[in-house]
Design a protein around this ligand. Structure first.
Ligand SMILES: Cc1cc2nc3c(=O)[nH]c(=O)nc-3n(C[C@H](O)[C@H](O)[C@H](O)COP(=O)(O)OP(=O)(O)OC[C@H]3O[C@@H](n4cnc5c(N)ncnc54)[C@H](O)[C@@H]3O)c2cc1C
Length: 200
C-alpha cells in the first residue's frame, strides 16, 4: 500500500480514525463520506490537514480490471482513481445467545471473560470476536485456546473445589502449582512415566 492511491469509504465516526492510520502509509488518500454521522467541521479540517481529500457524493460503482481495483465511480460521474479501497466499519457485537444465557458484558458490548475464557455464568466459556475487539483470526484462535484451557482445567479441578481450599486453581493464567500440591498432586518421576508407558 506504500505511496499508492487509497480511497476510504465510511461515515464520520470511522473515517477520521482510518484516514489517520492510513496516512502513515500513503500521502494520497481520498475519503468518500457515506452514511451518518458526517464528520464534524473540526474533523473535516483535521482530515484536510492530513492531506485527505473529502468527497461528499454518492458512490455509483467500484471499477476494476482483472481483479485489480481501478477506482471508485461517484454518482456525479467522477472517477476517483485508486489502487486500494478501505471500508471503515465499526464492529458492534450482538451475542444473543450469550445474552439469553445471562452473561455479563463490558461497556463496549463484549462478553466479559477471565483469562481462561470463563464467563460470569458458571460452566459457560466464550472466545473469539464476542470477547475481543481485535477482530482477527489469530486473536480469535488465541482466546479459543484460553477457553479450551479453562474448560479442561475446570473439569479436572472444579473451581468451587479450589475456592474451598482457599487457593486459586489459576495464577497468571496458568495452573497454580501450590493449588496442585494442596490437592496432593506430585509430578510423576521419569521412571514412573516410563513404566506406565511401557508396552504390556
Ligand atoms: C469480511 C471479513 C474479512 C475478514 N478478514 C480477515 C483477515 O483477513 N484476517 C483475519 O485475521 N481476520 C479477518 N476477519 C475477522 C475474522 O474472520 C474473525 O475475527 C474470526 O472469524 C472470528 O472467529 P469466531 O470464531 O469468533 O467467529 P466466526 O468465525 O464468526 O464463527 C462464529 C460461528 O458461530 C456460528 N453461530 C453464531 N450464532 C450461532 C448460534 N446461535 N448457534 C450456532 N452457531 C452460531 C456462526 O454461524 C459462525 O459459524 C474478517 C472478517 C470479515 C467479516
Amino acid at each position: 500500500m506504500h505511496d499508492q492511491k487509497i480511497v476510504i469509504i465510511g461515515n464520520g465516526e470511522v473515517i477520521y480514525h482510518l484516514a489517520a492510520l492510513l496516512s502513515a502509509l500513503s500521502p494520497d488518500i481520498a475519503a468518500c463520506l457515506c452514511g451518518e454521522p458526517s464528520p464534524t467541521a473540526e474533523q473535516k479540517s483535521q482530515l484536510q490537514q492530513m492531506g485527505v481529500t473529502l468527497y461528499d457524493a454518492a458512490i455509483e460503482s467500484i471499477e476494476g480490471d482483472s481483479g485489480q481495483v481501478r477506482g471508485v465511480r461517484l454518482g456525479d460521474g467522477r472517477l476517483l482513481a485508486c489502487q486500494a479501497i478501505f471500508v471503515g466499519t465499526k464492529p458492534q457485537p450482538h451475542s444473543l445467545l450469550a445474552q439469553e444465557m445471562g452473561c455479563q458484558f463490558d461497556e463496549r458490548g463484549y462478553v466479559q471473560v477471565d483469562m481462561l475464557g470463563r464467563t460470569s455464568v458458571p460452566n459457560l466459556y466464550a472466545a473469539g470476536d464476542m470477547v475481543t475487539p481485535f477482530h482477527q483470526l489469530i486473536a480469535a484462535a488465541a482466546s479459543g485456546t484460553a477457553a479450551g484451557s479453562g474448560i479442561n482445567t475446570d473439569m479436572v479441578f472444579p473451581p468451587a473445589d479450589s475456592h474451598s481450599q482457599g487457593e486459586s486453581v489459576e495464577r497468571n493464567g496458568f495452573i497454580n502449582p501450590s493449588f496442585l500440591r494442596g490437592k496432593g498432586f506430585r509430578r510423576p518421576s521419569p521412571a514412573a512415566t516410563r513404566k506406565n508407558s511401557a508396552p504390556e
